[in-house]
Design a protein around this ligand. Sequence first.
Ligand SMILES: [Zn+2]
Length: 227
Amino acid sequence: MSLTYDDGLDSQLEYAVPALDRLGWKATFFLTEENMEKQVDRWRAVAREGHEIGDHTLHHHCRLAGYSTKRFVREEIAPTERFLNAYFGVRRRTFAYPCGTIELGAGGQREGEERYIDALRPVFTAARAADGDPNDPRLVGRQRYQLQAIAPTYDRDDPQLAIDYLRKALGWGRWAILIFHDVVPTRLGDGDTSVTSHDRILGWIAQTPLWCAPMGEVFSHLTGSVQ
Ligand SMILES: [Zn+2]
């Protein structure tokens, strides 16, 4: 299973990274340049510890109907990659779709998804979508640009949804990817995970025979590709 944290939020540096460090686990942090540029030294320290840094676009736009593949690459992917390459080293990274939007440009759903994947394929090893069942390891190579995940505490700050999802993944022999945003002492709104819930989810994982590793590492392991 993989723990992923989106948007490069300060609360992740304050609460999520120390919780992971206590367990000795590595996770994936999908950064947007806007949020983390003031904290770049702290994020570099996180990367040096062995956590994975992924790309979450420059502006985190949720509505993408106005984009062509070329324009999206030029405005959202290329500048973020230049920034991440400068601070975290040149490499092929993983990507997370902002807002879980997987269609790019106007037209039908299928064309939109293909257009987005065309933008991602030359740059990234894999991409994480949202709202789907845990990933079948045999299909991960083919579905590398639409890996499924859930944000279990987004609507409700309750660890049970994450635990149920991980149980399902264990039962099915699948790869579960969890998404978190702010991890804070007190939940203030949608998307926040309380430190208590976060600790309970991590505690449950610690007692379960699960391999917890960053998304790129699990992807490489399952597909035999070099990271
Ligand atoms: Zn996001």
